[in-house]
Design a protein around this ligand. Structure first.
Ligand code: ATP
Ligand code: MG
Length: 454
């Protein structure tokens, strides 16, 4: 059926400023594509046509190149090759294109969202072949494949059931909240779409009651947010904006599509030296940039290193820097106790003296990350004698398991040792790490450069 809603059929690439989403745009995308990467706040009437915006009940997100995103406003949408369909499949892959039907499937709203197959070669939802003409409930974040269970082309995102959270109106006017991505030490993170451009973002909600935020004046938070907004580097997750309500702070971040380095590492158990180097070099460059800009990360860990894509050799992005500046030093000091593995020894002694509690804490965490990448485990494990991890960190009892480290070069081990130096004044800096022999690999550097250039 033909779309009549104001946003229906708007084919926009999700783009995501180089974070790995399919950047392909549909034929009607051009009118809005220039809005995609601008972090500034947009007005409610983001299309500038004076019309009131009709809130969509769903979004179609592309997975495969050539497909585009689309807001769902009307009650029914047809998908297929035919030019009369509301969503027309791309013909960039001739072999695949032949397997698509004129009208392949349709999605409609009948209380819940439904999908129905109309094709010759089949429509698959979450890997299951749909029986032709059977109406099936379409769950949030369902993956749709065409002509074969593996040919994933689109994801459906349900926007109807995501409204229970207390997002301030100012934010809700500009972003459509799609789903919760997960929970961390500081709060919950949601996937959202920027109104108009459909650029994906991550919104971090930090409940004030969980933190010692009462002591942080709002003006400070705004000023700090402005500083973080100025930071732009391919190796860091862009800080787009921040605002607050009575209950919580909200931080809008660039979305990274490939998950956390911790999960990537867990799947592979260890990274070979070549991959470790490629990933670690990117992290050091990002932390070096942050430190140069006067921002100490303080919560650097595998979970705060995100991958921009699901590629084999992905662009790596450091996130959650500067949270101490938003949430207040006290809150961070308290919450950081949850991530003991990465804490520098001087942090334990912060009560005694604050000397040296600076950039060097990030270098210590870099040492832990590199150790973890190379060996698949933390340098600090609870030892049977009952020495606590805090005690081990303070006395730097790093366990280089000979079985694991036998195949790892002396040069890599040397860098780890220099980063995990107890005395912060003697610890390897990011500048020194970048000059360390282990990271002098022109081929690897070229690869990183190419990724950065997109
Ligand atoms: P911490 O609170 O110390 O940062 P954490 O990193 O484990 O701990 P969060 O940062 O709150 O937790 O992240 C929660 C979830 O949201 C994680 O699964 C994380 O990968 C995901 N996430 C966070 N930021 C982004 C982002 N910018 N893009 C994509 N996913 C993100
Ligand atoms: Mg995090």
């Amino acid at each position: 059926m033909a779309s009549s809603g104001s946003s229906a059929g708007t084919g926009t690439g999700t783009g995501s400023s180089g974070t790995g989403g399919s950047a392909a745009t549909g034929s009607s995308a051009d009118t809005v594509s220039t809005q995609r990467t601008e972090p500034e706040c947009e007005s409610q009437d983001s299309r500038g046509d004076g019309e009131a915006r009709v809130a969509p009940w769903g979004i179609i997100i592309p997975i495969t190149e050539g497909f585009h995103s689309m807001e769902l406003v009307n009650t029914e949408y047809s998908f297929g090759r035919d030019f009369n369909c509301d969503y027309i499949f791309p013909d960039n892959d001739a072999q695949r294109y032949r397997t698509y039907s004129s009208r392949h499937f349709h999605i409609f709203l009948n209380g819940d969202p439904f999908i129905q197959d109309d094709s010759m070669n089949g429509t698959y939802m979450n890997g299951n072949l749909l029986s032709r003409d059977e109406k099936v409930v379409l769950p949030n974040y369902a993956t749709i494949a065409l002509g074969g269970a593996e040919h994933h082309v689109l994801t459906f995102c349900n926007l109807m059931h995501q409204d229970g959270h207390k997002f301030p109106d100012g934010l809700r006017d500009r972003y459509m909240i799609a789903k919760e991505l997960g929970t961390g030490v500081f709060g919950r993170v949601f996937l959202a779409f920027r109104v108009g451009s459909l650029e994906r973002v991550a919104i971090k909600m930090i409940p004030k009651q969980d933190l010692a935020l009462q002591e942080v004046p709002t003006t400070n938070v705004k000023a700090e947010a402005e500083i973080l907004q100025q930071l732009v580097h391919p190796g860091i997750v862009r800080f787009l904006e921040a605002c607050d309500s009575e209950e919580a702070f909200f931080i809008v971040l660039e979305y990274a599509d490939g998950g956390e380095l911790s999960q990537w590492l867990k799947r592979r158990r260890v990274l070979c030296e070549k991959t470790s180097k490629f990933v670690f070099y990117q992290i050091v460059l990002a932390v070096h940039y942050l430190n140069e800009q006067g921002v100490i990360h303080r919560d650097l860990k595998l979970q705060n290193v995100l991958l921009a894509s699901t590629d084999e050799e992905p662009l790596v992005k450091v996130t959650d820097f500067g949270l101490a500046r938003i949430a207040g030093e006290q809150s961070v000091a308290r919450t950081l106790c949850g991530t003991l593995h990465y804490l520098a020894p001087e942090v334990f002694d912060v009560g005694k003296s604050r000397a040296g509690y600076g950039k060097a804490v990030d270098c210590w965490a870099l040492g832990v990350i590199l150790f973890w990448c190379l060996s698949g485990r933390s340098p600090f494990v609870e030892c049977p004698a009952g020495t606590s991890m805090a005690e081990q960190i303070r006395s730097r009892r790093v366990v280089f398991d000979p079985q694991v480290w036998a195949t790892i070069s002396q040069s890599a081990r040397d860098l780890v040792t220099h980063l995990l130096t107890v005395d912060p004044s003697r610890r390897c800096t990011t500048q020194q790490a970048l000059q360390h022999p282990w990271l002098q690999d022109p081929e690897m550097k070229m690869k990183v450069q190419r990724l950065w250039e997109g």
